[in-house]
Each structure stands twice: as structure tokens, then as C-alpha cells.
Design a protein around this ligand. Structure first.
Ligand code: SF4
Length: 229
């Protein structure tokens, strides 16, 4: 089935159906979820775990995360019973070569994301044909057109939550009593590395606290040229 046919078939389906069809029928053994274990991650991971707790989950440890995020990764994984959470990241040699003094996020965030996030993920994705993301259309103007099934050669991305709102996510969290990232209570609506994440003010979009002061809206793992960038 071609991408456009899949999009037509699954574009209006609820997230649980999208995931079940993708994980069980379309791409069994070839699919991984990618999670930041950030503000909204519990919803996607709960949906994935309900279908198969042994699904590979890739977490990029950039080396610059909040301690709360690493703790939340461990607590949420245990809570959901996830059995194959794979922590990936830059090698020690890459850190020494590209950001020995850890200042790169300040003067070259694109370069910092490239070696700390994008390269490790691309290496890990060599074992898969398809990856699941938790992106939503409401998060940013740059995501308004995100499809459920997204070509990302040589991979395909499945975005089951694109149509959900912040209220939908909150209702799901409450219904299933999911543990929340501790920084949410301190105003962090979208959470990435500590040097590049700040609280969001009333009226701002969810990702406004990311790379504040820079003309940068995406870390690069969702590459320019693909839909929704
Ligand atoms: S989000 Fe910031 S610290 Fe993290 S990899 Fe990107 S530039 Fe570096």
C-alpha cells in the first residue's frame, strides 16, 4: 500500500487504531517509537505499551538533559512495563571533538543538535524501517500540516497523535492516571535539553520555550524537506 493510500486509510483514525494497524499489520518487527520522555511522552508510550510492551523505544540521551528527564525516563518506563527502552546518544569521542566545553548549544545549536541528536538517531534507525513519533499539530505553526503517515526516506514516520489537542492529551493522562514529567508543574510545556528549554508564558505556543532567542524551531531529527517542517 502506498503512503497516500495509508494516509487516506488512517488519517482520521484514532491513535490506538493507527498504532495497532502499524505495529501489528503493516510493520511488525520493523518499527520503533522515538521518545524524548518529555512533557507529553506518557500518552504515546502508554498507547504503544497497550499494544506491545516489548516495542523498541529509542531515547536520545544528549548528555545535556535535565536530571528530572532521566529520572522520569526510568520511572515512566517501569510504570508502563516497557521492556526495550534503548538509550542512544553521541559517543564520548564525538563529545570531545565537537563540544568539549559544552558551550556549543550557545553559539551553534544546529551543530550541537546534529551530533548530539540527529546522528545518534540516524544510527539507531538503521535497524528499523518505520518510527513512531508523538508530534501534534497544535504544538507549533510549523506542524499544522503534519500527516499521520509521513514519508521520511529511507524511513516512514507514523504520527498517531497529530489531530489531538492539549485538552485531549490532558484528558487521556487523567483517565489513565499517567505519571507526569516533574517540570510540567514549573511551566515547561515542551521539554528538551536544559540549556535550550525554558518555561512557556501564557498565550505562547507549546514550543515557544525551546531555543528561545534563536531562529530555530526543530532540533533536526525531523529533517527539512519532509512534510510539516
Ligand atoms: S537541544 Fe540544545 S543542548 Fe540539546 S542537542 Fe540541541 S542545541 Fe544541544
Amino acid at each position: 500500500m502506498i503512503i497516500s493510500g495509508l494516509q487516506e486509510y488512517l488519517g482520521e483514525a484514532p491513535p490506538s487504531r493507527v498504532l495497532a494497524f502499524a505495529m501489528r499489520e503493516l510493520f511488525p518487527g520493523r518499527i520503533a517509537a522515538v521518545s524524548s520522555f518529555g512533557a507529553d511522552s506518557a500518552v504515546l508510550l502508554h498507547l504503544v505499551a497497550a499494544i506491545d510492551r516489548a516495542t523498541p523505544v529509542l531515547f536520545i540521551d544528549t548528555g545535556r538533559h535535565f536530571a528530572e528527564t532521566l529520572d522520569y525516563r526510568d520511572r515512566l518506563s517501569a510504570y508502563l512495563g516497557l521492556t526495550d527502552v534503548r538509550t542512544i546518544g553521541p559517543t564520548a569521542d564525538e563529545v570531545a571533538r565537537f563540544d568539549a566545553d559544552t558551550s556549543r548549544a550557545v553559539w551553534d545549536p544546529d551543530g550541537c543538535c546534529a551530533f548530539r541528536k540527529t546522528a545518534p538517531l540516524q544510527r539507531a534507525l538503521q535497524d528499523f524501517d518505520v518510527w513512531i513519533t508523538g508530534r501534534k499539530r497544535f504544538q507549533a505553526l510549523t506542524r499544522l500540516e503534519l500527516p499521520v503517515i509521513e514519508p521520511d526516506p529511507p524511513h516512514i514516520k507514523v504520527n498517531p497523535l497529530v489531530r489531538w489537542s492539549a485538552a485531549d492529551l490532558a484528558a487521556y493522562v487523567e483517565e489513565h492516571r499517567l505519571p507526569q514529567h516533574p517540570l510540567l508543574a514549573r511551566g515547561f510545556a515542551s521539554i528538551s535539553c536544559a540549556p535550550c528549554t525554558s518555561p512557556v508564558h501564557p498565550g505562547e505556543e507549546a514550543r515557544a520555550g525551546r531555543w528561545r532567542g534563536f531562529d530555530k524551531t526543530e532540533c533536526g531529527i525531523h529533517r527539512p524537506g519532509a512534510t510539516g517542517k
